[in-house]
Write a protein that binds this ligand. Structure first.
Ligand SMILES: [Zn+2]
Length: 173
């Protein structure tokens, strides 16, 4: 049974910086960006709708379906770096401008009034920032909303549709 005809994005954009582009073979985010298996079922699953944004220094993709609602996206550095302090001025500028357009795009696509931000880097020491649309239903707020059990989930088709919608909003901004 095939879930979808769409294949995960395998096109690699122009390579940046000196080889191997600061990627580390022991980092699952680096491996995923290089289309290598990570051994994690969550990470090796096909990406619904491909990359939402492909910047020069940052990528945006839909969050894993088993742990997030449709429209939750992750902004990740292309380069293996931990946090804001390790970004070059050019990287910081691109991150600022991506978020400036992406946050309103997530709001418009999902219909939420607020987007939560979460960046922990506990599982992989590679910068990745979750943008979690805060759905307007329910009582949970703040950290309780983010930590709810069972977690919010999304179907492949809902996430794929939302990725496309967010990309469209982003490109129009
Ligand atoms: Zn990495």
């Amino acid at each position: 049974m095939s879930k979808s005809a769409e294949k995960p994005s395998s096109e690699r954009p122009a390579e940046i910086g000196p080889p191997p582009y600061y990627h580390r073979s022991d980092c699952n985010i680096c491996r995923k960006q290089d289309s290598l298996k990570t051994g994690s079922e969550l990470l090796d699953a096909p990406m619904p709708g491909g990359y939402v944004v492909e910047g020069e220094y940052f990528l945006v993709e839909h969050a894993p379906l088993q742990s997030s609602g449709a429209g939750t996206v992750i902004v990740e550095a292309r380069r293996h770096l931990l946090d804001f302090g390790e970004m070059t001025p050019t990287e910081s500028a691109e991150l600022g401008s991506v978020l400036h357009r992406l946050v309103p795009a997530v709001k418009a696509a999902t219909g939420v009034q607020r987007v939560y931000f979460l960046a922990l880097m506990e599982r992989a020491p590679h910068f990745h920032l979750w943008l979690v649309p805060k759905e307007n239903e329910g009582e949970l707020r703040g950290v309780d909303y983010l930590a709810q059990q069972p977690p919010l989930t999304a179907s492949y088709s809902a996430a794929e549709a939302m990725s496309r919608k967010i990309r469209k909003q982003f490109e129009q901004s």
